[in-house]
Design a protein around this ligand. Structure first.
Ligand code: I3S
Length: 128
């Protein structure tokens, strides 16, 4: 049988490099600090990796490298937020705990695909 025959490893939905800044923590506004981040959508979570060494398809697997942070998408809200930045292709992700992140890519198709995929996960969780 496969190493994951019991289904303990959540499904990898998407992974890629995006620009990221956190703009609020628990509803409290933070100063922007944009940085490239390796973003992994797995199960109900969006996981952020800082280390460029983590940028490979095995990164998300439990124990393979240490995430910088992780966001629970249950109850989260997504919205386009080009008014919140001079950069193009920016959306805002707000968690149920009041943490807010901006995510951005120079590539239109790529950011749209991320938006759609994250929104699908949020919608799926809303229905549970
Ligand atoms: O929304 P803001 O405050 O104009 O965001 C910009 C600043 O955070 C700026 O940092 P400093 O104020 O520490 O210099 C950043 O370098 C910019 O990237 C931020 O604006 P954009 O428009 O890039 O999100």
């Amino acid at each position: 049988s496969s190493p994951d025959s019991e289904g303990v490893t959540p499904e990898l939905e998407k992974a890629g490099l995006l620009n990221k800044t956190k703009i609020a923590e628990g509803g409290r506004k933070l100063r922007k600090n944009w940085n490239p981040s390796w973003v992994v959508l797995v199960g109900n979570s969006l996981v952020f990796f800082k280390d460029p060494k983590s940028q490979n398809p095995d990164s998300w697997k439990p124990g393979n490298s240490r995430p910088e942070s992780s966001v629970d998408l249950r109850g989260a809200q997504l919205q386009w937020a080009n008014d919140l930045s001079s950069k193009k292709n920016v959306f805002k992700l707000r968690t149920i705990t009041g943490n807010e992140f901006l995510l951005q890519s120079e590539t239109d198709s790529l950011i749209r695909e991320w938006y759609r995929t994250i929104q699908n996960v949020i919608d799926r969780l809303d229905k549970e």
